[in-house]
Design a protein. Structure first.
Length: 148
């Protein structure tokens, strides 16, 4: 009678017995090379978190420069990307580099059954950190009132 090897659930495979190799396993290399996320990706997610009510506006205070914080606060006040049930997600990001240290970007955002557009501008400061300097959300533009 001969015995056949059966695999049992929860058991590990037999160890390797190859005299040409050392006893330790070779270090694994990742399948995909890890790359730092682009600033456009980071800021699209950050702006979406604020405009959908997942984060407070002051969370973006150190990531903005100029009037961008005021614009963001005005937009977030109305919660334009808040939805019931489904969470808004960034579907696509495009960008244009008008000069070194500046990026003009847009993001397509799916919020429930609606598709919205968000545009923002990033500028790199002397400390090499990116900051949002302008943000707009698609839809009818509102003009500031001019009271004389």
């Amino acid at each position: 009678m001969t015995r056949t090897a059966r695999s049992r659930p929860g058991t590990h495979p037999p160890s390797r017995r190859d005299p040409r190799r050392p006893g330790t396993a070779a270090p694994r290399t990742p399948l995909t090379a890890a790359r730092a996320p682009r600033p456009t990706d980071l800021f699209a997610d950050r702006l979406l978190a604020v405009l959908s009510g997942q984060r407070p506006v002051h969370w973006m205070l150190r990531h903005t420069a100029g009037r961008a914080y005021d614009e963001l606060a005005r937009l977030a006040e109305h919660g334009p990307l808040r939805t019931r049930g489904t969470r808004p997600v960034v579907r696509d990001i495009g960008y244009f580099i008008p000069r070194t240290g500046a990026i003009e970007a847009f993001a397509r955002i799916s919020a429930g059954d609606r598709l919205r557009a968000m545009a923002f501008r990033l500028e790199q400061g002397p400390d090499l950190r990116w900051r949002c300097t302008a943000v707009e959300l698609g839809g009818p533009r509102t003009r500031p009132s001019t009271d004389d």
